[in-house]
Design a protein around this ligand. Structure first.
Ligand code: FRU
Length: 489
């Protein structure tokens, strides 16, 4: 067994071995949460992808189940790519992208009642992408019941026009009628043909409806409803994973008219391929794949790759912005409390690699709050989060340029705007070794950093100029007692 990697997250979900990418088939049945995921058990690289499977009662403590889907000798011979879990009149069913002969097609698998054993159909359920378009890529699924029929979206892109998704209808999940692209080209003022923004294809499409408000209702798309509809997709540009986006607009059962597009996570590719579901309590819960920032050689040396974000609850706020926060269950992992709430105005110091930090700050124009994470005493390694007032909102920057002394890691910075809610900035930071998840007024910024020095544990929060810290609290987070993870099977 290889030496444990001190940078492997402890309370985030990682796969038992090898490689993990997208969350798939996320859902809750009879109280039990299911997380399936893109999985290569044979090594920390993307090849012949299986579907791993884990179950949990609290979204935090997971038990591994047998591998759900394994590439066969038919339409998924080269991999069982991303997809979703649906309930076909009580029968658990997976719709996924089978890869064979260098391309993907929609495939289907039928599960046992406990979701442990799966039988895949020998033929794809859609045998070719729509012929009338010059399609660049075609994979990933969202499947729902609408108006007494099954509906499906398949992520895609049209040459010269950018990303889109094709809409289909079915009575039995096995034969499908194409209803055309959900959106094409320009959508009013919203440009869909900028490849650096909305990509040349949309991966992992996830379409649902939501009403505004903190506990707004959510459900599957419904063309007869006035609710706003949201399409989450991961913008992919000719082989490069850009970032997850969310388009908000109206849907009439055929076409989705996009009103606006926002970034779902300011960390871009480090929070890629999100998938959501409505849980039994009615919440819209999301996981994303926290893609690594180490190069292939460094990843091969540690023997594992990929973690899930913490599960996050989504809500469409009163201002029309989609916000998220860690599910409240996460607070049950809080152990020793490190920071009291008083005497914090100019700054606080603490240390650790697995913390839950919460603070509020008042930042006026010209003021700044800096959060230095994973710093060594001499400052040779440190990751810096900077918050500034920018008009009504905040400007957030996460500087990774000195986050590691290693030369095999991504040290690019992240930045973005946080629309204002009120003058107080509410910040939550979850640290788990190489994982950093920041929430500023409900806007997420997820990233990965790989400090090399064992003393890179210092953390400080400081306010300069017309800014002050109002409250600050922090806890050590206990490991989620995940089942044992091996580095080489
Ligand atoms: C997104 C993605 C999907 C695909 C899967 C393959 O990260 O590329 O489009 O189905 O991963 O593992």
């Amino acid at each position: 067994r290889a030496q444990a990697d001190p940078l492997r997250p402890a309370y985030h979900f990682t796969s038992p071995a090898g490689w993990l990418n997208d969350p798939n088939g996320v859902g809750q049945r009879d109280g039990i949460y299911h997380l399936f995921y893109q999985y290569n058990p044979s090594g920390p690289f993307h090849d012949r992808i299986h579907w791993g499977h884990a179950v949990s009662r609290d979204l935090l403590h997971w038990s591994d189940r047998p591998i759900a889907l394994t590439p066969g000798d038919g339409p998924d011979a080269e991999g069982c790519w991303s997809g979703v879990l649906v309930d076909d009149g009580g029968t658990p069913t997976i719709v996924y992208s089978g890869r064979a002969d260098g391309r993907e097609l929609p495939c289907l698998a039928v599960g046992s009642a406990d979701l442990d054993t799966w039988v895949t159909l020998e033929q794809p359920i859609i045998t070719a992408p729509p012929a009338e378009y010059d399609i660049t890529e075609y994979r990933d699924h969202c499947v729902w019941r609408e108006n007494g029929h099954w509906r499906q979206l398949v992520g895609s892109g049209i040459a010269g026009r950018g990303g889109t998704a094709f809409l289909y209808e079915s009575e039995d999940l096995r034969t499908w009628t194409e209803l055309g692209p959900l959106t094409v080209g320009d959508a009013g003022d919203v440009r869909l043909d900028d490849p650096e923004w909305t990509g040349t294809m949309w991966e992992c499409v996830d379409f649902f409806r939501m009403t505004r408000g903190d506990d707004g209702l959510t459900g599957p798309p419904d063309g007869t409803s006035d609710d706003e509809h949201l399409l989450i997709f991961s913008a992919w540009h000719e082989g490069h994973t850009l970032h997850p986006l969310v388009a908000v607009g109206s849907y009439d059962g055929q076409r989705f008219v996009i009103d606006r597009i926002q970034r779902l996570d300011l960390g871009g590719r480090h929070a890629y391929a999100p998938q959501t579901f409505r849980d039994e309590a009615g919440r819209r819960v999301l996981w994303s794949w926290m893609q690594e920032g180490r190069d292939d050689a460094a990843t091969a040396a540690v023997g594992w790759s990929g973690a899930m974000t913490v599960p996050r609850r989504l809500w469409l706020d009163d201002d029309g912005v989609l916000r998220s926060e860690p599910v409240p269950e996460l607070t049950t992992l809080r152990g020793e409390q490190l920071l009291p709430a008083d005497e914090v105005s100019s700054g606080v110091d603490l240390a650790g690699v697995d913390l839950d930090i919460e603070f509020t700050a008042t930042i006026d124009a010209g003021g700044r709050v800096d959060v230095v994470l994973f710093a060594t005493a001499d400052g040779a390694e440190r990751t810096v989060l900077e918050l500034r007032r920018d008009g009504d909102g905040l400007r957030v920057k996460l500087d990774r340029s000195r986050s590691t002394l290693s030369t095999s890691c991504d040290t690019s910075s992240h930045a973005g705007a946080v629309p204002a809610t009120d003058p107080t900035a509410r910040v939550r930071i979850l640290l788990d070794r190489s994982s950093v998840e920041v929430f500023v007024d409900g806007i997420a910024l997820t990233t990965r950093v790989y400090p090399t020095r064992t003393d890179a544990r210092q953390i400080s929060i400081s306010a300069t100029g017309p800014a002050r810290l109002d409250t600050a609290r922090a806890w050590r987070l206990d490991d989620a007692e995940q089942p044992e993870r091996v580095l080489h099977p």
